[in-house]
Design a protein around this ligand. Sequence first.
Ligand code: ZN
Length: 287
Amino acid sequence: MSEKIILTVAATGSIPSRKDNPAIPYTPEEVATEVAKCAEAGASVVHLHARDPKTGGPTSDTEIFRQYMKLVQERCDIVINITTGGGREGTGDKSGRSNEEILIERLRDLRPEMASLNMGTLNAWATPVSDRVFVNTTRMIEALGKAMLEIGVKPELEIYHSGMLNTVETMRERGALKDPLHLQFVLTGGTGASPTVKDLLHLVDSRPPGSTWSACGLGRHEFPVVAAAALLGGHARVGFEDNLFVSKGVLARSNAELVAKAARIARELGREPATVDETREILGLKR
Ligand code: ZN
């Protein structure tokens, strides 16, 4: 288990705001500066959602993603992974296109190295009772998976519970996913898998043979999940999308502070953070 650990930073997210933590980056300039600091601290992948530069609210404006990518690439070498999940409220834009048509067009236009691909629908995990549903139908998954293969974007398969691993298998059989697969276990608790070693171990043991994997825990579970993933030979994700605190009651001053803590934990457990080139090799990304 001497393999290097890939640290991903989910630097923006779409839900928390500056009311929750004033350090959340909103503008492309702020995002790029933040990402460069994270790269220095040991992150080799950045997962990005777009935010309205003025209000900080979630937006699905492709131009914002374009600016993020341009400015980030000017400042540092890091694998860029853009979301196909958050910030897609509503049912398409004024042109009448569906959400996945918009998402696919964005991937074709921007060609990031990676993009997230959510492997199933889930009831909102943070609220005990509501009508909020995170919709990812199998038809949408298949369309996005096939488009990513065709465009040459590596999907990061977001897995919220073990049933979604069955969908991974189905999509693989249908030619919408191709080996080597990379999974992100999003341990939300609530309606998704719990941020426990037991649940993580079950997911790790049930994953497709030969796949690489990473894990993230929300809120106070962020760093225990980093430690568990490091011990189990996986990779890990931290960042403001998942957690705003560097320790109990102490707001993180930046995403980089969260990355630095994850890197410290990993190193203590014998896992050196992977460089960007090592990350590309581990994930089979071609440039
Ligand atoms: Zn995300």
